[in-house]
Design a protein around this ligand. Structure first.
Ligand SMILES: C[S@@+](CC[C@H](N)C(=O)[O-])C[C@H]1O[C@@H](n2cnc3c(N)ncnc32)[C@H](O)[C@@H]1O
Length: 259
């Protein structure tokens, strides 16, 4: 008989467990309640609705091979590995500092070949990301990539260009927080500079993806957008990882739109 997949048990509005491991979902937006952190609880930097959205995605996709960008306190990599019962999850962060909670989880459940955190890795280092795919996943394609790292345009595009060619047809690439330049911040006027004033909005990459979906048959199957994330579904057309650049996939009329 097939084993039932791991499930989420909610223990409060923002607290839950997956197969005996406790998590708290933390919404970092200003004026949102910050739950108290019980010892041993893993911190997942997403609001509860996103936890539910990821649970639906994992149920449908059943990802065996996952590449995550952005470790922070480690809640997300443990969540994805545990809820998906992933064969292999590689996660990176630019910070050099190892996350003790992740090390403790790997040790406790004997997952050293299954959950692999890499520290001091910049998501814009495309060569390094490709090398990690080759070394860690051998010949197997990726089922899911989740980018919750810098949220800056050039860095996020560099990771997408490096990793999307390795996503299997039907697999998904999630870019979180695309909306940071447009999110309304409580009490600030509509034209306030907002987050990361002076940085080019990540929205430009979303526009490039939409245009690429329209101009290039079979590379991007479809894109799901919600108020936080763009989920890019891989089509069936082969991609040469060497010179892949999503910004160049659209035809001239599209280029004029985003120039
Ligand atoms: C929003 S936090 C990740 C939260 C985590 N995924 C979660 O849900 O609990 C973003 C992380 O990305 C890392 N980061 C920022 N810029 C980066 C870059 N250029 N390359 C890799 N990681 C980066 C930060 O150090 C931080 O730990």
């Amino acid at each position: 008989m097939e084993q039932a997949p791991p499930a989420i048990t909610w223990t409060g509005p923002a607290t839950f467990s997956v197969e005996g491991v406790n998590f708290v979902a933390v919404d970092m937006r200003p004026n949102r309640p910050k739950p108290s952190l019980a010892p041993g609880t893993l911190v997942f930097l997403k609001p509860a609705w996103m936890v539910r959205r990821y649970a639906r995605l994992l149920r449908g996709l059943k990802p065996g091979n996952i590449f995550e960008l952005g470790i922070w306190q480690g809640g997300s990599c443990v969540f994805f590995q545990r809820l998906a019962a992933a064969r292999k999850l590689v996660t990176i962060d630019i910070s050099e500092k190892r996350v003790a909670a992740v090390d403790a989880y790997i040790e406790r459940y004997d997952l050293k070949d299954c959950l692999k955190p890499f520290y001091g890795v910049d998501q814009s280092d495309a060569a390094r990301l490709r090398e990690m795919v080759a070394q860690e996943f051998a010949e197997e394609a990726l089922d899911l990539v989740v980018d919750d790292a810098s949220h800056f345009l050039d860095e996020t595009r560099a990771s997408f260009n490096a990793l999307f060619p390795f996503v299997r047809p039907g697999g998904a690439y999630v870019i979180e927080d695309w909306n940071w330049a447009h999110a309304r911040i409580d009490k600030l006027p509509d034209d306030a500079p907002g987050l990361y004033a002076g940085r080019e909005p990540l929205t430009k990459l979303v526009f490039e993806l939409v245009l690429a979906c329209g101009s290039s048959k079979g590379i991007i199957e479809k894109i799901d957008i919600d108020r936080n994330s763009a989920t890019v579904w891989r089509g069936k057309a082969p991609i040469d990882p060497g010179g892949f650049d999503v910004a160049r996939l659209c035809a001239a009329r599209g280029r004029a739109l985003i120039a």
